[in-house]
Write a protein that binds this ligand. Structure first.
Ligand SMILES: [Zn+2]
Length: 200
């Protein structure tokens, strides 16, 4: 694997950019929020859908996140290159990155917008599976996709809010522009901006 992937990506512990590390920290910290939403859905509606809320939330940790719009090797691709079955995802995510690099660039509304970017991502990465699934079964997976959309929205929105606080967005006004309090939370809780900057 090291022939096709630059060695620096493979080196243990160095495959995530600080920004990716920060987002993963935030994603983990807010898991109780997802749990509360899933419990609510389970109690009031359906435990089956609640299960897909948790799965959808989990995608961020697996690399389906707004920063897939980064060209070149990103955190997700570094993650997928470690598992042989996830390697085809690198091709698909490169396609995704190419489209959105042309169409707004990194942190545009299409990859970092509330509601819409989650929907685009879920469809882009979900449709190949849906297509495959429909070849074998008739179910159109509406309930499953709905649950995953809710879970993904939670992790995506946290990611987007974090990018807004640190002022790294291409659209909307920066909510963190003068907000020392939010920036202090980002620094104390999540060490962002990172004390040590990496080169990717
Ligand atoms: Zn981002």
């Amino acid at each position: 694997m090291s022939e096709i992937i630059p060695l620096k990506w493979v080196e243990k512990g160095s495959f995530m950019s600080p920004d990716g590390v920060t987002h993963v920290k935030i994603w983990k910290t807010f898991f109780p929020l997802t749990l509360i939403v899933a419990l609510g859905i389970g109690l009031l509606w359906s435990w089956y859908i609640a299960m897909f809320v948790i799965i959808g939330w989990g995608f961020h940790g697996f690399g389906i996140d707004p920063d897939l719009d980064l060209s070149g090797f990103n955190r997700s691709e570094a993650l997928w290159s470690k598992l042989i079955i996830t390697i085809p995802l690198i091709g698909w995510s490169t396609f995704y990155a190419r489209i959105f690099q042309k169409w707004g660039g990194h942190r545009s509304i299409w990859t970092h917008g509330f509601i819409i970017s989650t929907f685009i991502r879920l469809m882009f990465f979900g449709l190949p599976f849906l297509w495959w699934f429909r070849q074998h079964w008739i179910d159109d997976l509406t309930r499953e996709f709905f649950g995953m959309y809710i879970g993904m929205s939670i992790s995506d929105n946290l990611h987007i809010i974090a990018d807004m606080i640190t002022g790294e967005m291409n659209f909307f006004s920066r909510i963190g522009g003068k907000n020392i309090f939010l920036k202090r939370i980002m620094k104390i809780w999540f060490d962002y901006p990172p004390t040590k900057k990496n080169d990717y």
